[in-house]
Design a protein around this ligand. Structure first.
Ligand code: NDP
Length: 284
């Protein structure tokens, strides 16, 4: 039987509708939620992501404060901007779009963002809290993956979850979130010897590798939930995920499409974190 297609656009739209109400409530209390988006250089994909984030902020009534800096910006200049944004009480969230130009030290920049404003959740405070199961900003893409499972009633408890990819922004935090929900989690990577059998053992298979359709349809267990995080352009110029969608959907129970799955959820969860940051400012 063909899989249920997990509609990330619809789940994201529902989350954004709730957030819009929360933004109105915050404004009534005198808090104007604001996200600062910093873009350094001319990377076309980054420009597109930043434009999407700004558009979504606008749609939800969140103030978006853009900082577009030239490629020639120095590390010191960027750190100074981050310091200024950290100190600005009217800014609740700070997002520095990655990747930064090669001459910059990304880690130093990420570590500099105040933990109270780290809405991407990439800094050591946010990631440490994730590991400690303490409240904090959860990285947006893995958070979005979990929200999609939840929206379709897929409870990870007692299930075997396999995460392919161990990046700090997707694979590792997603594995932690699945563990938090009581799945038995395996993390795979480029040195995993028999990836196919690992994938075949998964009740929940999450793939964040960045290789077009690398996970084949017959690597998917019958009835499994498949969350495809990958965004790739294949040889024909088509946008595809990391999973061979057409074949995988004949075996999976649920599957996310690319586009229209993890992508829209990532932006929705960024908005979620920004609203959380604005709410936290009321408590401060
Ligand atoms: P990274 O390149 O940081 O990590 C890729 C991971 O995949 C690594 O852990 C790597 O292993 C593993 N890997 C690479 N090749 C293989 C292989 N042959 N077999 C098994 N594992 C392999 O990527 P990201 O996590 O940043 O992104 C992954 C994908 O998700 C990309 O397509 C990216 O565009 C997409 N993405 C989508 C987002 C969205 O909003 N939908 C947001 C963020 C990312 P090792 O560690 O051993 O090198």
């Amino acid at each position: 039987m063909a899989a249920t297609i997990i509609d990330g656009k619809k789940v994201a739209a529902d989350i954004k509708a709730e957030l819009k109400k929360e933004v109105e409530e915050l404004k009534a209390k005198g808090v104007n939620p604001a996200l600062s988006v910093v873009l350094v250089g001319e990377n076309p994909a980054s420009k597109k992501y930043v434009a999407n984030k700004e558009k979504t902020c606008e749609a939800l009534g969140i103030k978006s404060v853009g900082h577009k800096l030239p490629e020639s910006t120095t590390q010191e200049e960027l750190l100074k901007l981050v310091d200024d944004l950290n100190a600005n009480p009217e800014i609740h969230g700070i997002l520095v779009q990655l990747p930064l130009p090669k001459h910059m030290n990304e880690k130093e920049v990420m570590h500099r963002i105040s933990p109270d404003k780290d809405v991407d959740g990439f800094g050591p405070d946010a990631l440490g809290r994730l590991l400690l199961d303490e409240p904090g900003f959860v990285p947006c893409t893995p958070h979005g993956a979990m929200k999609m499972l939840e929206a379709y009633g897929i409870d990870p408890a007692g299930k075997k979850a396999v995460v392919v990819g161990r990046s700090v922004i997707v694979g590792k935090p997603l594995a932690m979130l699945l563990l938090r929900k009581n799945a038995t989690v395996t993390i795979c990577h480029s040195k995993t010897p028999d990836l196919k059998s690992e994938c075949l053992s998964a009740d929940i298979l999450c793939v964040a590798v960045g290789r077009a359709e690398m996970v084949k349809g017959d690597w998917v267990k019958e009835g499994a939930a498949v969350i495809d995080i990958g965004i790739n352009v294949n040889e024909s110029g088509k946008l595809v995920g990391d999973v061979e969608f057409e074949k995988a959907k004949e075996r999976a129970g649920w599957i996310t499409p690319v586009p229209g799955g993890a992508g829209p959820m990532t932006i929705a969860m960024l908005m979620y974190n920004t609203v959380e940051a604005a709410k936290n400012s009321l408590k401060a």
